[in-house]
Design a protein around this ligand. Sequence first.
Ligand SMILES: Cc1cc2nc3c(=O)[nH]c(=O)nc-3n(C[C@H](O)[C@H](O)[C@H](O)COP(=O)(O)OP(=O)(O)OC[C@H]3O[C@@H](n4cnc5c(N)ncnc54)[C@H](O)[C@@H]3O)c2cc1C
Length: 287
Amino acid sequence: MTDSPDVVIVGGGVVGCATAYFLTRDGYSVTLIERDSVASHASGFAYGGLSPIVGIIEDDPVLPLSEASEAIHAELAKRLPAESGVEYEYRRKTSLALATTPAQVDDLMEAYDWLKQHYKGVVQWHDEASVHALEPRVGPSVSAGLLADRSGEVEPYKFTLALWQAAERAGAVMRNAEVTGVTRAAGNISGVVLGSGEVIEAGAFVLAAGPWMGKATEWLGIDMPISPLKGQILRLKAPGDPLAVSLSWSHNYATTKPDGLLWCGTTEERVGFDETPTPYGRDTIMS
Ligand SMILES: Cc1cc2nc3c(=O)[nH]c(=O)nc-3n(C[C@H](O)[C@H](O)[C@H](O)COP(=O)(O)OP(=O)(O)OC[C@H]3O[C@@H](n4cnc5c(N)ncnc54)[C@H](O)[C@@H]3O)c2cc1C
């Protein structure tokens, strides 16, 4: 028991690696168990957009959480590259949400009225002419836009890797294995069972298995339906200058990343655990 870590984390995506980073910084011993490799699923292939206003509706309790996350990102950017040796391309970038239908204009205007009072940054309304002046390449169907100056971006794979590298440098240990269940003692979780049958005990456990959490909740006897939502992204060599702002419209978005490519997304597909890029994804995003 003396060799047991304080905390076992299951899953090496951004959630598991961030947990490992903050726990090791606070002096806890950590073992992270990942069956594939760090950021080998959604965390390594996401868009990496940090937006405190996407999806925000009036009185949404997510806004304070988003603003706190934004502050943590700004703070991390000052030290995590040096702590990890990984430059993960964090940067602040203005975002412009676009509306193409009267209903979307109404929704955006409602969001604008609310954000004017609550957003701790610059938020501006742009009519059709000023949207096209800001970014002449947006399509003719765009009739309004909402600009916010406090968005940001990271390269998602490098960001997750940076969190893990810094945690590892501070003493965290990675086990490459699949967790298949848990053990219990006196009514509490006392260990996780690996595919080999080995049990790793710890003082506390963090399950950060992303869309596989449905399986993990079965181990705990909790009925919590969790299923994956597939999204695809295109990285394009696009002609012309980089986009000056990052753009979003309904559940789509586009931005020029530091790699010089135009990253565009996305699809929302209920197809189970299928991570294959498809012609459907390409054609949907291009249309
Ligand atoms: C196309 C796309 C674009 C996105 N864009 C954004 C964006 O702009 N901004 C944003 O904030 N979010 C975005 N997201 C969402 C974001 O990527 C996810 O919310 C995030 O990566 C989830 O991280 P996670 O650590 O929970 O899960 P994951 O990255 O799925 O990691 C879970 C890990 O657990 C491991 N695991 C699972 N079960 C076990 C087991 N039994 N034993 C051992 N290991 C196990 C898996 O192998 C995996 O590595 C996007 C997602 C997609 C698909």
